[in-house]
Design a protein around this ligand. Structure first.
Ligand code: NDP
Length: 467
C-alpha cells in the first residue's frame, strides 16, 4: 500500500470480484446469467477488447504511413496496403532502434523524476468506492513549463550543431512502433502487479484474463510511489502531445517557412494542453481517473494513442502548405480560443461549487444544487453536490460541445483535401457521446434517486433541447 494513499479499510490483498460503482460481479453472477447476457458478456469482455487491442496499434501505424508515404490520403494508403499487405507498416520501421529507445526512456525518466521531485501542494483525489483517497503532488503545470523550455533549449543546442528536434518526426515511425511494443509489455507488468501486489483495495479480477489485461486490475496503482495513471495520462501522454505538435510545426517550418494554417492549429492545441496542465488537479476528478482502471484501455491509450493519434492533424500538416489568409486564420483562432474558454469555465464551475460547498455564485446567482448522498462499498455514507444551474443546467455534459468544436477548429485549417486531419474530431465525437452514456450509468448507480432528479431537471445529455 502506497504511503501517499490513505487506506480506510481492509487488506490490500483482498481479491474483490466486483467492479466499482455497482458494475457486474462477473464470477458471482455468471451462474445465474441467461444466454443473452452470456453472449453480451463475451462480446463486451472478450471480443471487443481483443478486436480493439488488435486494431488500434495498427491504426496509429497506418496513420503515420498515410502522412509520410501517401501525402495524407488515407484511401490511397489503404488501397496500397490491401494490395501489398499490411505488414509493411511494421517492416518499414525499426522497432527498438537505439534512437527510439533513448528518446522514449529519456523522456519517460524525465517525466517520472519531475513527478517525484518538483515541488507542489498536495491535492486529494475523490474518495473511491472502497473508501480510499489518493493523494497527488500538484506539480503538473511546472512540469509542463519546464519541459517546453527544455525542448526549446535542446532545439537551440541541436541547431548550433546543424541538427534539429525535428528528427523525432523523421524517425516517428520507429518511435511509434517501439512505443507500441513497450506499452503492451508495460500493461502486462500492470496486470501482474495488480494480480500479485495491488496498491489499494480498489482492485480485483473480473475472472477473465483478457478483460483484466484490457481494462486493468487496479484503479490507482503506484509503483515506487509513482502514480501510474498520472504518469501515463498526464505526464507522458498529454505532454507528448504538446511536444509532438511543436516538433511537427518546426518540421513544417523547415520545409515551407511560415504556414498560417499550421500556426493556428498548433497554437490552439498548445493553448488547450496548457489549460489542461493548469487544471490538472481537476482532471484527477474526471472519469479517466475515477472510473477507468489502469489497463490497456487507458494506459496504452495514453502512452501510444495520444502521441500517435491525437497529433494526427499536425502530423498531416507537416507536408501541406495551406495558407488561410489573415482573416480566416484569425476567425478560426478566435472560435477555438472561445471554445477552450467555455470548456474550462464549465469544468471550473463544477469544481468551484464543490470546493466551496455551494457557497459561491454561478453566473451571478446562488447555484441551484442537489445535495446527493451515496454509499461506499464499505457501507460508509457520503454526500456530494450536483450542480443544476450554470453550464451544468444547460445539459448534463454541455462542456463536450466546446471540446468538439475546438477540435474542429484545429482541424479545419487543413481544409478539405483529405479525411485524415478529421480523424481526431471524429474519434472525439464518438468518444464523448459514448462517455456521456458511461457517465450517466456511473452516476445513476452512484447517486440513484438523486441522479434521477438531476436527469429530470436537466433532461438532455449534451445538446440542449436536442440530445
Ligand atoms: P466530467 O467533467 O463530465 O465529469 C463527470 C463527473 O462529474 C461525473 O462522473 C460526476 O462525478 C460529476 N458530475 C456530473 N454531473 C455533475 C453535476 N451536475 N454537478 C457536479 N458534478 C457532476 O468528466 P469527463 O472526464 O468526461 O471530462 C472532463 C474534461 O475532460 C472535460 O473538459 C472534457 O471535455 C475533457 N475530455 C477530453 C477528452 C479528450 O480526449 N480530448 C476525453 C474526455 C474528456 P462524481 O462521482 O464526482 O459525482
Amino acid at each position: 500500500m502506497s504511503n501517499a494513499t490513505k487506506r480506510k479499510q481492509g487488506s490490500s490483498k483482498a481479491k474483490e470480484v466486483s467492479f466499482s460503482n455497482g458494475r457486474l460481479n462477473s464470477t458471482a453472477s455468471c451462474d445465474v446469467l441467461g444466454s443473452y447476457e452470456k453472449i453480451l458478456l463475451f462480446v463486451n469482455r472478450t471480443l471487443l477488447p481483443i478486436t480493439l487491442m488488435m486494431l488500434t496499434p495498427n491504426l496509429v501505424m497506418i496513420l503515420w504511413h498515410t502522412a509520410t508515404k501517401f501525402e495524407g490520403s488515407l484511401s490511397a494508403c489503404l488501397s496500397a496496403l490491401f494490395e501489398n499487405g499490411f505488414r509493411v507498416i511494421w517492416t518499414e520501421v525499426t522497432i527498438c532502434s537505439p534512437l527510439a529507445l533513448s528518446i522514449i526512456f529519456g523522456y519517460g525518466a524525465w517525466a517520472m523524476l519531475a513527478m517525484k521531485l518538483l515541488p507542489g501542494k498536495k491535492v486529494e483525489g475523490p474518495v473511491t468506492p472502497k473508501g480510499n483517497v489518493p493523494v497527488y503532488t500538484d506539480n503538473g503545470f511546472t512540469y509542463f513549463l519546464l519541459t517546453m523550455t527544455l525542448l526549446a533549449l535542446i532545439e537551440v543546442f541541436l541547431q548550433s550543431r546543424g541538427m534539429s528536434v525535428s528528427i523525432v518526426y523523421d524517425k516517428f515511425g520507429d518511435i511509434l512502433a517501439t512505443l507500441n511494443i513497450l506499452s503492451f509489455l508495460f500493461c502486462g507488468v500492470l496486470y501482474i502487479k495488480g494480480k500479485t501486489s495491488p496498491s489499494t483495495t480498489d482492485s480485483g479480477s473480473s475472472g477473465n484474463i483478457i478483460f483484466d489485461y484490457y481494462w486493468g486490475m487496479e484503479l490507482y496503482p503506484r509503483i515506487f510511489g509513482i502514480d501510474i495513471k498520472m504518469f501515463t495520462n498526464c505526464r507522458f501522454g498529454m505532454m507528448s502531445w504538446a511536444l509532438l505538435v511543436t516538433i511537427f510545426c518546426i518540421k513544417n517550418y523547415q520545409i515551407y517557412g511560415f504556414v498560417d494554417s499550421n500556426f493556428v492549429s498548433t497554437t490552439l492545441q498548445l493553448v488547450y494542453i496548457t489549460k489542461f496542465f493548469w487544471w490538472e488537479a481537476g482532471y484527477l476528478r474526471t472519469i479517466d481517473i475515477m472510473l477507468d482502471r489502469a489497463g490497456f484501455y487507458i494506459c496504452w491509450g495514453c502512452l501510444v494513442f495520444v502521441p500517435g493519434f491525437y497529433t494526427v492533424v499536425s502530423m498531416y500538416m507537416v507536408n501541406h502548405r495551406v495558407q488561410l489568409g489573415a482573416i480566416k486564420a484569425a476567425c478560426i483562432l478566435l472560435a477555438g480560443l472561445v471554445s477552450i474558454a467555455i470548456n474550462y469555465l464549465a469544468d471550473m464551475q463544477k469544481q468551484e461549487v464543490r470546493g466551496t460547498n455551494g457557497k459561491c455564485l454561478v453566473w451571478g446567482k446562488k447555484p441551484e444544487l442537489i445535495r446527493a448522498t451515496y454509499t461506499l462499498e464499505t457501507g460508509e455514507k457520503k454526500q456530494s453536490l450536483l450542480l443544476v444551474s450554470g453550464w451544468w443546467g444547460l445539459s448534463r455534459h454541455f462542456h463536450y460541445i466546446p471540446e468538439i468544436l475546438l477540435a474542429a477548429c484545429w482541424s479545419v485549417p487543413a481544409l478539405f483535401y483529405n479525411y485524415m486531419p478529421y480523424a481526431y474530431v471524429t474519434h472525439l465525437f464518438i468518444l464523448l457521446t459514448h462517455r456521456s452514456y458511461r457517465d450517466d450509468d456511473k452516476c445513476g448507480k452512484k447517486y440513484g434517486p438523486f441522479w434521477d432528479k438531476y436527469r429530470k431537471k436537466v433532461p438532455n445529455r449534451i445538446i440542449p433541447y436536442i440530445f
